[in-house]
Design a protein around this ligand. Structure first.
Ligand SMILES: *Cc1c(COP(=O)(O)O)cnc(C)c1O
Length: 418
């Protein structure tokens, strides 16, 4: 199946006389005929359902759909993109370990990596994703367990050189994890370029309608954990009768450990209803991404031609610093455009306040056009140095093109700039 078809048909196939639409299985628990049957499930929790703190049929159908779209082996949803990032790292790193991340990433992820994970004893080493191989290799420590980056960074719109990063990570026997939120699997297939684990904030284009926050981890199944130093995966787990994930589950080791150990213990699993809504968004994802890319380019071109705009960042724009990487890795550059308005912070905020159709909101990749000022909101906690590293300046406005008629969007921009 192609992506458009997977969006509609992967994950749930009704049998004779069953509901045509993915049902909402609203139940915390699952019935068994005997205590012995339940005992068997505890012996191998991958065979049947136990409890909705970490598995639910509605959510699992969505996981299968997302795994199919990414071309991965399996996926696990989480209650937010933040939780997906955190679990992706905690599944590999213990206190005393480190991992590498590019610095041009989402502001919330910077907080999580630089501060909250540090309190748990896990160090994030930030590197410039554009640096050459030797410089990034020099950042590794003996305890480094993963490399992390965003395929298309929010809000910097830098494009990760995925193959370069995969080569670096693999030369050190650690996996490359990417956040593929902005391109979605419709525009970018990171596994084809050597990525091992993908995470998403499904709150953005995947849900698409700004209905509910969510996240997902997708496992390619390709990384050989026995080649690196990952005792959590290659040595017995006392909390599961001494199961060794790599021995028992092979290619599914990483994603099953994430579910059966971390999700079981932390319980940040989406509700069935959240899964149902996410599925509804995914059904139109391929169609929507096409239009976001078309309109995104038109808006970027409009800004580029305007004398009220200092600079435009849109990797789909010829001449953009990341144009060639975007051509290589992406089918389109999404609907997110960042601009620096002439006149800095004050002019940027006035421009935003004067928009009539595009709304001010702490969100991006919504079906409705929206704008946001990173320096005073999502990135407010960052120091100037971190701001620059994240590709943000005081006059930066993140413009997220929605599905309104393109002429209405452009006319709104025109009157607001005036
Ligand atoms: C929004 C976002 C996140 C965080 O996701 P939530 O669902 O808001 O927790 C992570 N990465 C990127 C690229 C994002 O845009």
């Amino acid at each position: 199946m192609r992506d458009e078809t997977k969006c509609l048909h992967s994950g749930y196939t009704p049998k004779n006389a069953e509901p045509r639409v993915l049902p909402i299985v609203q139940s915390t628990t699952y019935y068994y005929d005997s205590a012995e049957d339940i005992g068997k499930v505890f012996d191998d929790p991958s065979v049947s359902l136990i409890y909705s703190r970490f598995e639910n049929p509605t959510v699992m159908a969505v996981e299968e759909k997302i795994a199919a779209l990414e071309g991965g082996l399996a996926a696990m949803c989480a209650s937010s993109g933040q939780m997906a990032s955190m679990l992706a790292i905690l599944n590999l790193c213990n206190a005393g370990d480190s991992f590498i991340s590019t610095s041009a990433i989402y502001g919330g992820t910077v907080n999580l990596f630089a501060h909250s994970l540090r309190k748990l004893g896990i160090e994030c080493i930030f590197v410039d994703g554009d640096a050459d191989e030797d410089e990034i290799l020099a950042a590794f420590k003996p305890n480094t367990k993963a490399v992390f980056g965003e395929t298309l960074a929010n809000p910097a719109l830098t494009v990760l050189d995925i193959e370069k990063m995969a080569k670096i990570a693999h030369s050190k026997n650690v996996p490359l994890i990417v956040d593929n939120t902005f391109p979605t699997p419709i525009l970018c297939k990171p596994f084809q370029y050597g990525v091992d684990i993908i995470i998403h904030s499904t709150s953005k284009y995947m849900d698409g309608h700004a209905l509910q926050v969510g996240g997902v981890i997708v496992d390619s199944g390709n990384f050989d954990w026995t080649k690196g130093d990952f005792p959590g995966l290659t040595q017995p787990d006392v909390t599961y009768h001494g199961i060794t994930y790599t021995d028992t589950y092979g290619k599914l080791a990483y994603i099953l450990k994430a579910r059966m150990q971390l999700m079981r213990d932390f319980g940040a699993y989406p509700s069935a209803h959240a899964g149902f809504l996410l599925n509804l968004g995914l059904e139109t994802l391929a169609l929507r991404m096409e239009r976001y890319c078309q309109s995104g380019l038109r808006v970027a071109e409009y800004f580029q031609a305007s004398n009220k705009i200092e600079s435009v960042r849109y990797p789909g724009l010829p001449g953009d610093k990341y144009y060639s990487l975007a051509q290589k890795y992406f089918k389109g550059a999404s609907g997110v455009v960042t601009v620096n308005v002439k006149g800095g912070r004050e002019a940027a905020m006035r421009f935003m306040d004067n928009l009539k159709i595009a709304s001010n909101q702490v969100h991006v990749a919504d079906i409705r056009t929206c704008v946001q000022h990173p320096a005073s909101s999502t990135h407010r906690q960052l120091t100037d140095e971190q701001l620059t590293a994240a590709g943000v300046s005081p006059g930066t406005v993140r413009f997220s093109v929605g599905l309104e008629h393109i002429d209405d969007i452009l006319e709104d921009i025109e009157q607001a700039l005036r």
